[in-house]
Design a protein around this ligand. Sequence first.
Ligand code: PEP
Ligand code: MN
Length: 337
Amino acid sequence: MIVVLDPECSLKEKAAVVRYVEQQGGRLLVSVVGEETHIGLIDSEAQALAPEIEMMAGVSEVRGVAPPYPHVSREYQPGPTEVRVGDVTIGGEEVVVMAGPCSVENAEQLEAVGRSVAKEGARMLRGGAFKPRTSPYSFQGLGEEGLALLLKVGAETGMPVVTEVVAPEDIALVASYADMLQIGARNMQNFRLLSEAGAQEKPVLLKRGISSTVEELLLAAEYIVSAGNSRVVLCERGIRTFETATRNTLDISAIPVLKQKSHLPVIADPSHAAGERSLVPHLARAGIAAGADGLLVEVHNDPETALSDGKQSLTLDGFADMMDKLRGVAAAVDRRL
Ligand code: PEP
Ligand code: MN
């Protein structure tokens, strides 16, 4: 619910509404939308006060329908959010390409991939040190050793680093090495992880859950932002459907839908959607054409021997080739790579 204040509402009247909600234990969010000042009634305690608030001085109306994710919704902040990660801005004119291996395996691998993708125009380095694997017998990641390699190669190549955190107790450690924390599809509804990622300073890349709706993704983002961290980037990485020709189905329409509903930047992950390297450049192009603010792409110097997701990892040459082809698509939608 949204309380719309009168254009002539005095400061005293506005303060009285805010104080009333707070005194009754309700949560609110004040925002200026065009010419109007809105007070969002966020929780059920605040919403229960609507009849009294409607009668208060300075209130023009109380609107009943508002999304349940006020902090991330366009209704409360019409303009787009730009998220800065080091010297990179996500959500501006540039389409930010984040590239690197699925898992950090060793120094030679990360250096070879990092140097090559940086040369081809990647702006951020990705790589998993803590891997959420479907099987407990699969490679689980190098842990802190992997984080140290990411920090080193990120610095050498001038790219900020994004890497996954899988448990609340690891956040401080991962944040001490990484520029951006990734919350993966399998953890999109790990609500303690979300809240704790919201209580620290590093920006967060939040991936859509494998069977999650757009609304559930936005509510997951709301956990992070309402806990105090507004630097959140959303990622469409494919969802599970009846189709088995691809690993997941890239929900292209989710990109413009998310951008209509939320002011947060949205990126696409063609690698985990495709599951197969020959499809990745096609999905990457579709993502940019649909309005994505960036791409998350898996690249490996020797995909055949990769410890995870080799099948969907581009070779170094394949990545270079894809980047060349993406520039024209970005320009066609008034963006640059
Ligand atoms: C990854 O980025 O390597 C990853 C595990 O992604 P997702 O959480 O989307 O499966
Ligand atoms: Mn992967």
